[in-house]
Design a binder for this molecule. Structure first.
Ligand SMILES: Cc1cc2nc3c(=O)[nH]c(=O)nc-3n(C[C@H](O)[C@H](O)[C@H](O)COP(=O)(O)O)c2cc1C
Length: 165
């Protein structure tokens, strides 16, 4: 059985739940999936594919994710590797911030070119206060969980489909 590693970083489980959904799709296609936090991994050896998922903080993919890619870059270069980011402000903020978020996988992509990259809307615990809404350009009443499960599933299916090709 081919082995897929989904390695993630999370603070409030949003990224983890996405990892689990994608692992479910991969399992349906007979992939043996390990879902691990970045911090519990000491190697990426032995996997036939790797997916690294992490949220965006300060308009950047969290440093833990970049550190992981840089650390294992020589091994990852020999394994089909994909990335996804999870960002609340991906589509609901001013274009300036959206642009920064969309560029935030660039560093990792320079180290190890991904076979696929996913950009997913995220979740916050509560609605932003008025000042933050004004600063980031988020409309009042914007849902706290903006994840689009159809988009995530369709990305996940395409990712697994490409690996099987
Ligand atoms: C400290 C902190 C900083 C954040 N900064 C950003 C940001 O700059 N841009 C953004 O789109 N979302 C930001 N977020 C929101 C997260 O990207 C979003 O909530 C994501 O879904 C969290 O994923 P997680 O539950 O896996 O940690 C931030 C969240 C936290 C906790």
């Amino acid at each position: 059985m081919k082995k897929l590693l989904i390695a993630y970083y999370t603070e409030t489980n949003t990224t983890k739940e996405i990892a689990e959904r994608i692992a479910g799709l991969a399992a349906e296609k007979a992939w043996d999936c390990d879902i691990r936090t970045l911090s519990e991994l000491a190697s990426v050896k032995g996997y036939d594919a790797v997916l690294i998922g992490a949220p965006v903080h300060g308009m950047h993919w969290v440093p833990q994710a970049n550190v992981f890619v840089e650390k294992y870059r020589e091994d990852l270069k020999n394994i089909p590797t994909a990335y996804y980011l999870v960002a609340y402000l991906l589509n609901c903020s001013r274009p300036f911030f959206q642009k920064l978020i969309r560029k935030s996988l660039d560093k990792a992509s320079d180290w190890v070119a991904p076979v696929k990259s996913g950009l997913f809307d995220g979740r916050v615990k509560r609605e932003f206060p008025a000042f933050a809404r004004w600063l980031f350009g988020v409309k009042k009443g914007t849902a706290v969980d903006l994840r689009d499960w159809e988009q995530i599933e369709s990305w996940g299916k395409a990712f697994v489909g490409d690996l099987d090709r």
